[in-house]
Design a protein around this ligand. Structure first.
Ligand code: NBP
Length: 475
């Protein structure tokens, strides 16, 4: 008997992914560097399906039906390269090597190109949904050759989450496209979490609501347009009471947010592509600020306003600010995917990305159906903010959004996500931007030239001369 698919790396994610394949009726080859993990998988979960445990890479590869399909589920970076180096020599042209880890898309591009030369299909797959998602059905973002997807795709679609019967998995595009989309997914997740955290902070500090009351508010919001996994778990977290102290759980957790790096990658890639992802960047920086314990300690003495005093009806305004800022964060994230796709020739279907994020992943939300519809009605929409429905909703919410940003500022409550999203919205809709002045400054000190609103051409003003003559430099 041979295995339809194999998994090497049976850590938290790998073992649940292997079980997911097996539960769907696929015979799964299972391997791990340390054999005890393979044994443990078979002992604990062997009854869930057909597993072919292998102690060595050679035995593992030999147990796979051709063309071989094997998933690597180890730490991203050097570990992934080591495992590829170990297994690639054992594979043959036509075989499919799948990296399910959180690889940087540039690494995936490099690995895909190198393996393509040897006739091996390298498929970089973004997998979201954490440990439970891997077992019950994650959101899967595969990149690689279309030929590889032809035989691999149906298996991945089978084990993916389903929403309205539609799998949360589709072919994303060549080489690094899948890992790029997964990266932006994580960046959006950072922004979404930051915005929810700001909403909580404002309700707590400006309206004096208790965590329990805020949990109730979030539960109500979860019934509406904000309905999502993240809002749901936030309500759960906020209603949890610490057993040891009897305090709200949120009050006993150290307020220093950690990060593994995919948010930072999203911002770095956006900087390279020239896409303003201010919501994601603020979220990454807010986590970073929280961790600067020394600076925070020293700064505690700085002057600030005395705040508070708003009643609970403020929550309606916060809902509108949260929704609008969330539209901005997603619009920016989708713009980054659009730009990456153009830069690397991936031809990514943006509506399809919204579709596969509707289930399985951390940012799953009702809202993603709206995004899918927006791209269906206009695949080339320059920004989701100008989609008729989003424009109308945000237009209705903008006064409340402004009030919330003002309240945050006046009360000295940091709301970088809300405020910067609003600035982005206003920046986009402005008739004239002070970028004109910046161009003039650049021309003044560096002769960087500028263009005019009333004529074609590139110009420079000789600022050092008394009459400041202007010359056309491109004629
Ligand atoms: P774990 O830390 O649970 O497991 C890591 C696995 O990598 C183990 O099987 C380990 O083998 C293996 N490994 C390492 Br580390 N170095 C190796 C090497 N040089 N050669 C062979 N095997 C090696 O990780 P995980 O949480 O399952 O994450 C796996 C991947 O999935 C990562 O890229 C992660 O970013 C990604 N991911 C994780 C989540 C999540 O929620 N945890 C979600 C989405 C994606 P050993 O047993 O012999 O040490």
């Amino acid at each position: 008997q041979q295995a339809v698919i194999g998994v090497t790396g049976l850590g938290v994610m790998g073992r649940n992914l292997a079980r997911n394949f097996a539960r769907h009726g696929y015979t799964v080859a299972a391997h791990n560097r340390t054999n005890t993990k393979t044994k443990a998988l078979i002992e604990e979960f062997g009854h869930e399906g057909e597993f072919l445990p292998a102690e060595t890479p050679e035995a593992f590869v030999a147990s796979l039906a051709r063309p071989r399909k094997m998933v690597i589920m180890v730490q991203a970076g050097a570990a992934t390269d080591a495992v590829i180096d170990e297994f690639a020599p054992l594979l043959e042209p036509g075989d499919i090597l799948i990296d399910g880890g959180n690889a940087h898309f540039a690494d995936t591009r490099r690995r895909e190109a190198a393996l393509r030369e040897r006739g091996i299909h390298f498929v970089g797959v973004g997998i979201s949904g954490g440990e439970q998602g891997a077992l019950d059905g994650p959101s899967i973002m595969p990149g690689g050759s279309p030929e590889a997807y032809e035989s691999l795709g149906p298996i991945l679609e089978d084990i993916a989450a389903k929403v309205d019967g539609v799998p949360c998995c589709t072919y994303v595009g060549p080489d690094g496209a899948g890992h790029f989309v997964k990266m932006v997914h994580n960046g959006i997740e950072y922004a979404d979490m930051q915005l929810i955290a700001e909403a909580y902070d404002l309700l707590r500090k400006a309206s004096g609501m208790t965590p329990g009351e805020i949990a109730e508010t979030f539960r109500t919001w979860n019934e509406g347009r904000l309905g999502s996994y993240l809002i749901e778990i936030t309500a759960d977290v906020l209603s949890h009471v610490d057993r040891a102290t009897g305090k709200p759980y949120v009050d006993v957790v150290l307020d220093q947010a950690e990060q593994k790096g995919t948010g930072r990658w999203t911002v770095q890639a956006a900087l390279d592509l020239g896409v303003p992802v201010t919501g994601i960047a603020e979220a990454v920086f807010a986590r970073s600020l929280s961790g600067h314990v020394d600076m925070r300690g020293a700064a505690r003495q700085l002057a600030g306003p005395s705040g508070g005093g708003l009643d609970h009806s403020f929550a309606d305004d916060v809902e509108q600010a949260l929704y609008s800022s969330k539209v901005v964060a997603y619009a920016q994230g989708f713009n980054e995917i659009q730009a990456g796709s153009a830069q690397y020739g991936w031809n990514i279907d943006l509506g399809a990305m919204a579709t596969i994020w509707r289930g399985g992943c951390i940012i799953r939300a009702k809202f993603l159906d709206r995004i899918r519809e927006a791209y269906e009605s206009d695949p080339n929409t320059p920004t989701l903010l100008t989609d008729a429905r989003f424009a109308a909703e945000v237009g209705d919410a903008q006064n409340a959004w402004r009030d919330v940003a003002v309240t945050a500022t006046k009360n000295g409550i940091p709301a970088p996500g809300f405020a910067s999203s609003l600035a982005y919205y206003d920046g986009l809709r402005a008739d004239r931007l002070p970028a004109a002045l910046i161009q003039a400054q650049r021309d003044f000190f560096g002769a960087h030239t500028y263009r005019r609103t009333d004529r074609d051409g590139v110009y420079h003003t000789q600022w050092e001369l008394p009459d400041r003559p202007e010359t056309r430099t491109d004629a």
